[in-house]
Write a protein that binds this ligand. Structure first.
Ligand SMILES: [Zn+2]
Length: 242
């Protein structure tokens, strides 16, 4: 994995130091932009020190560093930023129209999602990450009804791939039925199963096997059990889809 280092002209460098324990995912609400664009907007339009995120991932999967991991981020409100690593994706993964221009993008590119998962696993080697959160999981987003990283971001797939932390947040809604089926199909393809999009016995036992692998060498059975329980719940809901 390559992290592209950028030279930023910070407006201020008196960052609060932190020990990250939470990863937060954002989308940029922008179809095409660079880490330097975000940096400039955060200074010029928000009056911040500079890019508020620790990483920015473009649609081609390239990963750019923003703030150093030990510097507190700024994409949340005030103390919500404490001890978080904030990762922003290029793109607009929700329904959004501004001045008559449709920005909505319904698919997160596979290479972009793969890079995100790889980055998160890399971060997990350096820090004890207790939780993954969407920006929209924070109470401050209720004020302006912000949907970030967007309803088309495949949260369940992402959480399963990074190891199943905080699976309780999974909620199979009508909005992403198709995504859920896509995930089952993708999982079946990747693991050499019969590809039928249905989460039956073979798919479930293969998942058990994969989960066991993920949990080595952490030996944390509680997390594995939580993940399995959430998966069963997820499968039941998919099975109910006609
Ligand atoms: Zn956000």
């Amino acid at each position: 994995m390559t992290i592209i280092e950028e030279n930023y002209n910070w407006a201020r460098t008196n960052f609060v130091q932190q020990t990250p324990d939470t990863i937060v995912i954002h989308h940029a609400v922008c179809r095409s932009c660079t880490a330097q664009d975000i940096h400039r907007w955060h200074i010029e339009e928000r009056g911040w020190a500079g890019i508020a995120y620790h990483y920015f991932i473009r649609k081609d999967g390239s990963i750019y560093r923003g703030r150093q991991e030990t510097w507190q981020g700024g994409g949340l409100l005030g103390s919500e930023n404490k001890d978080t690593l904030q990762i922003c994706l290029e793109g607009c993964y929700t329904d959004y129209v501004v001045n008559g221009v449709v920005l909505t993008e319904k698919n997160v590119p596979q290479v972009q999602l793969d890079s995100l998962v790889e980055l998160c696993k890399d971060i997990q080697k350096r820090w004890t990450i207790k939780e993954y959160k969407r920006h929209s999981d924070y109470s401050s987003t209720r004020v302006d009804n912000k949907d970030c990283p967007g309803k088309y971001f495949p949260w369940a797939e992402f959480i399963l791939r990074v190891g199943g932390i905080s699976m309780a947040t999974i909620n199979v809604s009508d909005a992403w039925k198709d995504k859920a089926i896509d995930f089952v199909i993708k999982f079946q393809k990747e693991t050499g199963l019969v590809v039928d999009g249905k989460a039956g016995d073979a798919t479930n036992s293969k998942l058990d096997e994969v989960l066991r692998k993920w949990k080595e060498p952490s030996k944390d059975n509680r997390q594995a059990l939580e993940l399995k329980e959430a998966w069963d719940n997820f499968v039941n809901k998919i099975s109910a889809i006609k």
